[in-house]
Design a protein around this ligand. Sequence first.
Ligand code: XMP
Length: 312
Amino acid sequence: MSFDPDGFIQEQVKELKEAVGGGTAINALSGGVDSAVCTALGHRALGERLRTFFVDSALMREGEPERVASVFKRMGIQVEVVDARNEFLGALKGVTDPEEKRHAVTDTFYRHVFSRLVRETGARFLIHGTILTDIEETVAGIKRQHNILSQLGIDPEREYGYRVLEPLKTLRKDGVRAVAAAVGLPDEIARRIPFPGPALAARIVGEVTEEGLRTVRAATAIVEEELSDTGAFQYLAVLLNDRATGVREGRREFGRIIVVRCIESLDAREATVTRISWDKLERICRRVVEIPGVNRCLYDLTPKPPATVEYI
Ligand code: XMP
């Protein structure tokens, strides 16, 4: 049977109404399609009784808060920006292990930021954009997606004082995009490439520092601008932990290395690498090595498996 986005919307709106009753809920928008669809469904179900927040974690892409707020303003949905930059940077300080980094981001979101928002707003519910692939990869032990709690044996009500509602947990990315279009989200959101919950913290191998974030944010902006016309499933820039010798203006430099990745996939479970023209690759490389401190730019040719999409 083919998927019916309108039927799905009706069903989820009804379930959200029943679950929240006369109470209030909160949700966080990241700018990605999953949290955007949750916001649209939640507002349909609850109207003003859903408070939507954009958490500025210091880990977001360039211009993200303004972009997200303006898209939803056009839809009549108010987005409140919460400054939690110091909390996230503090929690990530000195952390280098990939899963510990995810844990630091998860814990800061759920235990600190959301718990505070729940206390301040009196909400008892958090609407979250977990999708089926997140659950499967977490259960399989491949990767701990940052938005999975019950699958990890965490009871959010007991641990944090609120219930988590996950209206998208039966869908994969293609289903979420179909719902996004059906619920009236603009193409720039409905077709947005996937971006991980831990955001740019997932794009730095090793410790997340402000300098590393500046570097990978600049590279991400270049890669997204240059590769948006490929129509690829996902494209990204990663800052490696290694350094490489280079030479700039006649002087030796021990610089940073950026990897560019661009993949074709249906739902990120398997991926092949996009064939990009040499001209385009050279232009990306030229721009990336203009970022201060970066002197190498590599294009990754590895499919998934054996690689994963991200580097951590
Ligand atoms: P991997 O690296 O596991 O990525 O091949 C598969 C898809 O999941 C995204 N991804 C994440 N999304 N939290 C998320 O919300 C995470 O911790 C996370 N890790 C990977 C990745 O961008 C790709 O689309």
